[in-house]
Ligand binder design. Sequence first.
Ligand SMILES: Cc1ncc(C[n+]2csc(CCOP(=O)(O)OP(=O)(O)O)c2C)c(N)n1
Ligand SMILES: [Mg+2]
Length: 554
Amino acid sequence: MTPPRVADAVVERLRAHGTRLVYSVAGESYLDVLDALYDARASLRLVTCRHEAAAANMAEATAKLTGRPGVALVTRGPGLTHASIGIHTAQQDGTPMVLFVGEIPRADRYRRAFQEVNLAQTLGDLAKGVLQIDSAARAPELVDRAFQLAMADRPGPVVVGLPEDVLGEPCPTPVLAPAAPAIGGIDAATIALIVERLESAHRPLLWVGGSLWTQAGIDALVRFAEHWELPVVTSFRRKDHFPNHHPCYAGELGFGTSRALAGRIRDADLVLALGAALGDVETGSYQWLERTAMRSRLIHVRADATTLSAVFPAALAVHAPPEATALALAATARHAGRSAPRWQEWTRSAHLDQAALVAPVAVSGAVNLAEVFRTLRAALPDDAIVSNGAGNYAAWLHRFFEHRAFHTQLAPGSGAMGYGVPAAIAAKLVHPGREVVAVAGDGCFLMASQELATAAALGLRIVFLIVNNASYGTIRMHQEERFPGRTIGTDLRNPDFVALAQAYGLGAWRVTATAGFAPALAAARAHEGPALIELVTAVEDIAPGRRLGAPGAA
Ligand SMILES: Cc1ncc(C[n+]2csc(CCOP(=O)(O)OP(=O)(O)O)c2C)c(N)n1
Ligand SMILES: [Mg+2]
């Protein structure tokens, strides 16, 4: 038997950290790692992707669903630069990820060698950390360090450089259990302070966001919210962090937020933000909340101190894990007897406003996306996972598709196009027993359509829903607002999506009227392999309740 190499040690550490899926596009820079993965193939699945952007997005989506760092493996210059969009999404969304990059040999550095890239310089602002395995003896330590860093405080992407010449060097492969991640708690005095503030509030609001929640944490949130009858809002693209049909649910903060909900977060006299970063997207470009008002109204709980109370100074800034806080708050609720709160009507009307938003709206075209996403909701089981990327089609999805269960939404907080297709593939690999639907605009889809080959090769039963309005509709909408009638750069001439899907070996259907969607969906869900449905929509129906060229928003 050949002695273990650095490549074997890297793979051994991946297994030790519980990695089950590695996404890659092969490169000659890391042949030893591929060879080590060959030995490990029974327990570690290497997923062959068709583009590094997709591989990185799949790793990011895997982490969102598992709560552990997603792992991708790409080659130097061209591979890393392709993968960078996934690094960016992981950074924006606070998702733990470890991206391994095969590199040029150490001796060739700084000579502008073929495909050379200086990782630390290139990724300065994108990655949470960059590590280079320059010494064989330290390979296991550095892989462990990458996983630890990816998970610590605010989770994020860590990039690990693997110089080609190190990978074949001998290295003992320690069979060591990784150190348990350090997860802090919250002290009873702080919990008592939070409860005290709540007791004196008139219009409180619970705001849930951030990353790495678990089912236990979400259950605790529900118990806590129920006990206090609190209205609950979720951060942008975290709609699955509270059951949307629950009488406490008040809506999602983001691009499609109603005026009523924006008013509520402004009017709340106590905002209890658990995990949420309170970013520009959720606060109407920081306009809905007032910095001075928040100084007396905000309780901000974040696991990392750098983003805690950062833009809006809080009355109480709590440096603690949001999940532990939710569990502790739920525990106090269990012991406290309490009569109906004075804000009952505030909570009730917040939920009624939210529920009213899900009612269908009229459109001018033959396919009504409001009806489509309501039909999709009615057809799918509660635990089905729905992914999307960026585009106005997502505004329809987010508004009309109610998430009833945790971990049923995969969407980039970064607003990256091309995410939905790879994310759906990752979801199906993580949860083979659950139904998965990817939703993509025509623009968004063609940034990742090559991954239909991956879905087909793996025989994954995913339904891809393509919303074809022959436009980069979102940008067209902004264009019409600022430069009416001067459309440029946004009209799209698309391929025949049904023929394209069929060429990849998918079952495919085209829907040109709302009534055609339900039967097409039934056929696609019953199809043995991946399936695609093209929805032909009118670009005029640019957003729910809003026509292109007509003033006014929903
Ligand atoms: C990778 C990337 N490139 C560009 C953008 C800017 N952008 C945001 S939405 C959008 C158009 C999306 O088009 P489509 O997927 O067809 O959705 P639609 O808005 O038409 O519903 C563009 C170009 C982006 N968010 N991400
Ligand atoms: Mg479009």
